[in-house]
Design a protein around this ligand. Structure first.
Ligand code: NAG
Ligand code: NAG
Ligand code: NAG
Ligand code: NAG
Ligand code: NAG
Ligand code: NAG
Ligand code: NAG
Length: 396
């Protein structure tokens, strides 16, 4: 008998050895061959992580589904990551603090639970040929992406896009945002369009040059616009919102909310110096504070029938004097304007409901505050009011 006969079965067994396709914890990839070793796994059960020592390009071939998370954290010398057959990541796709990661290529990927891409100062290219069509949470923070075109979902729970300095265009066919959407600190001229967005829980737009929300109808929580650059802005279909804020929009001159009927919490407009005329033709109810300060020459709310929180209008212009008289007649305990009331024209430095307006010398005597008197910040009434405002605007 030759020795060979004994060796053959051993070799056969080695050739058929199963690649490791599951782990109860996390499989760590140390080098490209660890990644290629997964090629016979259709589904990998468990988490896959790249070791911080991994360098260059990593390809995970063959795997179609990761029943867990895929992560690379602090992998400083990683340049590209690709998984050509990967269709699904059941949990989180986390890429964090990978300074040299330039490109992600996953042309079959359609389903992810959570995208967490944070601190990827060189990430410029996304290859998502199939397109992500299902994702629950997206957080893209500090990348060099100029487009996120591969993400085409119609519903998300959370969507955060911040500090992506090269992003100048964003158009998503989102219809519903179940929790929050935050767009902040991206490219200086970022134009945002959500042509199909109908409903959301909470929307924040900061530093955008333009925002288009033509279909938005109702928002449970707060919608806020801060430090935007648009001159003209409208939400033509918005009827109901939990809270509404326009702050520090230095070019805003035309605000159109033709269908807005109900603000469930506070409605605040402050430091939009070019905004001269306010007209909310359908506004009936503000359940929180109505707090407008600016250079208004006109404030019209012909249908207003209930303001339950504080009512504060302060303008540098004398031209709202008559309109203030009209609101004053509506304020009082069993009247439409129920909370602490003040409407003051000709204010030197118009401020929010927590401030005491000082009229310029040209103005007439300050008889414009309601029965509750001036909103002295030191009084318990004002502290109570601030509490209400803080709650309404989520300041605390
Ligand atoms: C990232 O890696 C560097 C060195 O490679 C190390 O000093 C640092 O502590 C790591 N940070 C984290 C959050 O792991
Ligand atoms: C808004 O609130 C209502 C009632 O609390 C709830 O049924 C609805 O799903 C919420 N909508 C969103 C987009 O969260
Ligand atoms: C809405 O977003 C703001 C920040 O933009 C946050 O402070 C607030 O808690 C959020 N509210 C809800 C209901 O998620
Ligand atoms: C974005 O807006 C904030 C205030 O809302 C401001 O402090 C910041 O400087 C702005 N960033 C850019 C890049 O314009
Ligand atoms: C605005 O709302 C109306 C009535 O619900 C609807 O017919 C119309 O399509 C909406 N417009 C947009 C741009 O979504
Ligand atoms: C203000 O906006 C509305 C709606 O977007 C538009 O119809 C109107 O022409 C604008 N007015 C000015 C002066 O830009
Ligand atoms: C009123 O307009 C002036 C000049 O544009 C501006 O400096 C000031 O901040 C504005 N005030 C308010 C409260 O918007």
């Amino acid at each position: 008998m030759s020795v060979v006969k004994y060796i053959l079965p051993v070799l056969a067994a080695a050739g058929a050895a199963q690649a490791q396709c599951s782990t109860t914890a996390t499989l760590t990839i140390e080098n490209p061959s660890d990644a290629s070793a997964l090629s016979s796994c259709r589904t990998f059960s468990g988490n896959i992580a790249l070791a911080t020592s991994v360098e260059g390009d990593i390809t995970i071939p063959g795997v179609r589904s990761i029943d867990g998370s895929l992560s690379a954290v602090n992998v400083t010398n990683l340049n590209t990551i690709s998984a050509p057959q990967l269709e699904e990541i059941a949990d989180t796709f986390e890429l964090r603090d990978n300074q040299n990661l330039a490109s992600i290529s996953m042309d079959s990927l359609t389903d992810i639970d959570t995208i967490q891409w944070v601190g990827l100062a060189n990430l410029r290219n996304l290859g998502f040929a199939a397109g992500i069509s299902s994702v629950s949470v997206v957080n893209i923070d500090n990348t060099q992406l100029s487009s996120i075109d591969g993400i085409g979902v119609d519903a998300v729970n959370e969507f955060t896009l911040v500090n992506n300095g090269l992003l100048t265009q964003l158009q998503l066919d989102l219809v519903k945002v179940s929790r929050t959407l935050i767009i902040s600190g991206n490219g200086e001229d970022l134009m945002v369009q959500f042509p199909l967005l109908e409903t959301a829980q909470n929307l924040t737009f900061r530093n955008c040059s333009d925002v288009k929300l033509p279909s938005l109808e109702s928002v449970n929580g707060t919608v806020g616009f801060f430090s935007t650059k648009f001159e003209s802005f409208g939400m033509p279909n918005l009827t109901t919102v939990g809270g509404l804020l326009f702050q520090d929009n230095l070019n805003l001159a035309n605000l159109s909310l033709p269908e807005l009927e109900t603000v469930g919490g506070g409605f605040k407009i402050s430091n939009n110096p070019d905004l001269l005329e306010l007209d909310f033709p359908a506004l009936v109810t503000v359940r929180g504070a109505l707090d407008f300060s600016g250079n208004f020459t006109s404030v019209v709310m012909d249908e207003i029938n209930l303001v339950q929180g504080a009512f504060n209008i302060q303008s540098s212009s004398d031209e709202i004097e008559e309109q203030c008289d009209g609101f004053k007649a509506m304020s009082g305990r069993n009247k439409p304007i129920r909370g602490e009331y003040q409407c003051v024209p000709g204010v030197e430095t118009p401020g929010d409901a927590t401030t005491n307006p000082t009229r310029t010398s040209s103005g007439s005597s300050a008889t414009d505050t309601g029965a509750a008197g001036h909103l002295d910040v030191s009084s318990t009434a004002a502290i109570g009011l601030f509490g209400v405002l803080a709650t309404m605007f989520g300041l605390l």
